[in-house]
Design a protein around this ligand. Sequence first.
Ligand code: PA5
Length: 444
Amino acid sequence: MLKIDVEGCSSFVNKAAFDAYVEKALAAFDVLQGGQGAGNDFLGWKELPGQVSESLLRQLEAVQADWKARGIDLVVVIGIGGSYLGARCAIEALSHTFAKQLSGKKAAPEVVFAGNNLSEEYLAELMDLVAERNTAVVVISKSGTTTEPAVAFRIVKEHIEKTYADAAQRIVAITDARRGALKTLADQEGYRTFVVPDNVGGRFSVLTPVGLLPILLAGFDIRAMLEGARQMQQALAVRDAANPAVQYAAMRNLLYTELGKKVEVLVSYNPKFQYLGEWWKQLYGESEGKDGKGIFPASVNFTTDLHSMGQFIQDGDRIVFETVVNVKESSRSVVIGSDPQNLDQLNYLAGQHVEHCNAMAALGTKIAHIDGGVPQIGISVERIDAATLGEIFYFFEFACGVSAYLLGVNPFNQPGVEAYKKNMFALLEKPGYEERTAELRARI
Ligand code: PA5
């Protein structure tokens, strides 16, 4: 089970200060659990692990079986923000790093992502791939009106309709139960649809069909993931100072508010967790960065980034603290051999597992960073598998709710995202934005 260790902050904060923040975090915990806080109509994610029904799982598995029968070997998942990051995080973490390059028949279709940018080159290159493969699409937009996925979907859909007689069977839409352009289109075209519940916001939606369908299609065990999340839900429901979500929320708010640590860097020592960093940044950045407040969330992969960002973290402006996600067991074994010539002078490592070197790098870095003025929170999980990802997703979501309430912001809205959209629509001359178009023209 996921554990937290705040010992790496002890030389920066005294016990009394931490205890005071734990009390504040427990009060925020009560607000979250009591459903009394701002944005409390978006708390559906809290109950998801135990609420995803067998019938929904069967419907998701029916899509998987149907697409297998049609020989689909490429699934394009179209979505942005919370409508793709959870699935991408899980798929990157659970996949063989070199799955694409390995020979041999693939057990599951390849899953690629689109609709998360507006790069013409990206879309053109996606269409090069789509043209070569037997393709299906999962288009995800809770609002059903987001521009990036809508543009990508229009282009991919045109290809699917031109190429396949069974086009409508190759498209699944995941959207609002009633509203939005995607819902209208899906109903009209007869696509299979799944619902993003009204009370679950995008960045909290990985355990709805938004995350579950792409993760299942990529060949991973969503039942185990839900079970991991359910166990974490049970553990976090306990109102206790030792509750890991309470500890995390308390420590990060203490470091931010009392010590001016304005940047939190999520660190991992396994490249499979690169997209965990992306998912976590969206969750915390969009949930907490508002009303002139918020810890800036950043992420790095060590030891890779010790050779780039390591310098700043060790020695730059002392505004940083780290949250390190440690994985206890490696699922694979590689032992360093002995070399009679020892020209590389590595014989002192002969017989050691590479993961031992990784663990010593992590320990050495922890001590160096603490000595350099960087407090460190540790989060540890047993291994990287579907169940631990379920634990990690639920832990960070729940802790985010507690932490944002402690900070005094509504974790479940994102008013700041609208500003760029308004300008983009005006500059693209979308009907209805004429006044803003004129204002912007006068400025550029
Ligand atoms: O967390 C959020 O609510 C956002 O990041 C959304 O997921 C993102 O903007 C995509 O929205 P939609 O699913 O409505 O297209």
